[in-house]
Design a protein around this ligand. Structure first.
Ligand code: ADP
Ligand code: MG
Length: 490
């Protein structure tokens, strides 16, 4: 494979345009080829309904019958009437602001040239109601002169629509894409799929697929192009997971757990409730990970109130009774504080030292905590992002728990992992994630689910809402609460 060609060397793109492409993360011609359409418009004539030809969109090809410029107060209007082969007529309208006048520049100059009598053109536009009484009338979005060689890429076909940035139009972008598809970069696109797989799965070659994803000749061709590109993406992902799994397998922990029950038994006794069946199941899953020679990477999911915290605490106590440290990171100070108080309460008669570290921990206190973490006298640390700051050094951190993990970024999570080379990681969330999605997001991840609430709880209702609906709901609940308080005060 030859060196990648910078996008600015593609015909028609200079350094200035290249900057716009950079905003789309397109640096090379190869990047451009892999910038797939956001959607398509079916700009073929008389196509039966499909997902790409919305009702509101009109595609018309016809000859210019007459044109007219109408002076109005604030806008200039240009109209053209077209007639197609079947004798059907369409009135097309363009509007321009009047300010152009000041520059003695005819805003319709190009239009008048292109819409000379009898010239054949394609127009793409939206029906406008105002003219309905005069028959077919549209406001034109794009037009193309039928005889132009480039027109075949914009009209009379399934036309790609790209997600763009200001300063680029879809028309320009398609033109650059055609340029890229005709450049040597396309044919030099490396084929990463083995030919045996290509044959067995009847997949398009990489260049064929790229050509067809941008300019499909039919809906069927679009489908096979997608299949090929999706197959490639999934194969790459699956391969990456496979490599990661193999790496994790050889990555043996240099520490081991043993269930001693010196802390776990008294903890269970003073808890005041029994674990639900679900909690028992996930504790078993987590413990078998901890006891295995490979580092744990497990997601614990369960509704709010399903009792994830005590499950995490079990795991942390197993670490502590083996002489290791454990840390729990929460996304907000309030949550960290809550966990800290819970831990203090549940562990009050046990020989376990718990500390909390957040950005508002006072300097003197913080110094003491850092000392305790370094010498191992603090066994459990609860905190916010402050936990992963560089000045926090642990004596022997072996287990990290992340609460509400979806609210932390990937960077923060991996930073916690960096804190010590081989670490057992438990992440918790109330947002259920299907296994396949979890894998896609986080790589090789095991998932445990708490599927029942402790006895006596109201079932939790999960709903999907727009932000407006959500705010309205919060507002009405707050009002209810306020009314309730006022009622009891009076
Ligand atoms: P979440 O999964 O939302 O983090 P918590 O761990 O905060 O839920 O648990 C909510 C409450 O339920 C806590 O007060 C906890 O002590 C209590 N709890 C947890 N497990 C049980 C159980 N098996 N029986 C009764 N109460 C429980
Ligand atoms: Mg919680």
């Amino acid at each position: 494979m030859s060196a990648p060609v910078k996008i600015q060397y593609l015909k028609g793109i200079g350094p200035a345009k290249a900057k716009l492409f950079e905003r789309l993360e397109i640096q090379t011609v190869q990047d451009l080829l892999h910038y797939y359409p956001r959607t398509y418009q079916d700009r073929r004539l008389n196509m039966p309904p499909n997902e790409y030809n919305a009702d509101s969109l009109t595609i018309f090809k016809g000859r210019v019958l007459r044109t007219q410029q109408i002076p109005a107060k604030s806008v200039l209007i240009f109209k053209a009437v077209l007639e197609d082969e079947k004798g059907e007529q369409l009135e097309c309208t363009w509007f321009k602001k009047r300010m152009y006048r000041a520059f003695r520049f005819d805003p319709f100059g190009q239009l008048k040239k292109d819409f000379h009598l009898n010239n054949e053109v394609w127009v793409i536009g939206r029906k406008n109601d105002r003219g309905a009484m005069f028959g077919n009338q549209i406001t034109v979005d794009e037009y193309y002169v039928a005889a132009d060689v480039m027109t075949q890429w914009h009209a009379g076909r399934l036309t790609p629509i790209y997600a763009l940035t200001e300063g680029l139009t879809n028309k320009q972008f398609r033109q650059f894409m055609v340029e890229a598809l005709q450049s040597p970069t396309l044919t030099e696109t490396p084929e990463i799929l083995p030919s045996a797989i290509l044959q067995k799965r009847k997949l398009l070659s990489a260049p064929q697929a790229l050509k067809a994803i941008h300019f499909p000749n039919s809906l069927a061709e679009l489908n096979v192009a997608r299949t090929r590109l999706a197959y490639e993406e999934f194969l790459l992902l699956a391969t990456a997971w496979g490599i990661k799994r193999t790496q994790t397998k050889v990555l043996a922990k240099d520490y081991a757990y043993e269930i001693k029950k010196t802390l776990l038994t008294p903890f269970k006794e003073q808890l005041g409730f029994d674990f639900t069946g679900s909690q028992k199941k996930v504790i078993n899953e987590i413990f078998s990970d901890l006891l295995s020679p490979r580092p744990m990477n497990r997601l614990l999911q369960g509704d709010v109130g399903s009792g994830k915290t005590v499950v995490a605490l079990c795991a942390m106590l197993l670490a502590v009774e083996n002489g290791y440290q454990a840390a729990l990171m929460a996304p907000t100070e309030i949550l960290a504080e809550q966990h800290f108080l819970t831990f203090k309460r549940i562990l009050k008669d046990l020989p376990v030292k718990v500390a909390i570290l957040t950005s508002s921990t006072k300097t003197a206190q913080k110094k003491k905590i850092l000392q305790g973490l370094a010498d191992g006298s603090i066994q459990i640390l609860v905190g916010t992002h402050a936990v992963i700051q560089d000045n926090v050094q642990f004596h022997n951190l072996r287990l990290a728990v992340i609460d509400e993990q979806h609210r932390f970024g990937v960077k923060q999570r991996s930073k916690l992992k960096e804190k010590t080379a081989k670490l057992d990681l438990l992440t918790m969330t109330a947002t259920p994630i299907p296994r396949t999605l979890a894998l896609a997001f986080y790589g090789d991840l095991a998932v445990s689910t708490i599927s029942e609430l402790p006895p006596g709880r109201q079932p939790i209702l999960t709903e999907c809402a727009t932000s407006k609906l959500a705010y309205d709901r919060v507002r009405s609940e707050v009002q209810k609460a306020v009314r309730h308080i006022l009622f009891f005060r009076s």
